[in-house]
Design a protein around this ligand. Structure first.
Ligand code: FES
Length: 144
């Protein structure tokens, strides 16, 4: 459900260009996500500042806290979980982590995932930020 102002905008656009309502609504949603993502990077996330991060690593499952302004990798390290990493800028892929559930954001400038990463739901933990509670599967640091 769109907020009232966005509903009115979609209605106006639909009157001007019949049939465009779904596309306009989708563009508004994308804009909202971009704004949310920018807020994360700027440390001004509109949602909760902290959420739950459920981490599967080896045969263990741990629940830790994750701040929305911290990357997933930073949250892992802050909670004493050794996860693989190298460049810490999104380029090497060593921090590849499988996202099992939840929504994340990766700044476009740091988004270097391959098509296979998108296909399998992998993120680069060093430059990916939580937008909701997350559940992830992290490879042990020794496996790199
Ligand atoms: S540590 Fe290199 S992509 Fe994350």
């Amino acid at each position: 459900m769109l907020p009232t102002g966005e509903e009115a905008f979609c209605d106006a656009m639909e009157q001007a260009v019949p049939g465009c309502r779904p596309a306009v609504a989708a563009l508004l949603a994308l804009g909202k996500k971009a704004t949310q993502a920018q807020a994360v990077v700027m440390g001004q996330h509109p949602g909760p500042e902290e959420g739950k991060l459920t981490v599967h690593i080896r045969d263990q499952v741990r629940a830790i806290s994750a701040k929305t302004k911290d990357s997933i990798l930073q949250s892992l390290e802050r909670n004493g979980i050794a996860a693989p990493s190298r460049c810490r800028s999104g380029e090497c892929g060593d921090c590849r982590t499988r996202l099992l559930s939840g929504e994340v954001f990766a700044p476009k400038a740091m988004e270097h995932r391959r098509q296979a990463d998108h296909t399998y739901g992998d993120v680069h933990a060093c430059c990916t930020f939580p937008l909701t509670d997350l559940e992830i599967d992290v490879p042990p640091a020794e496996s790199c």
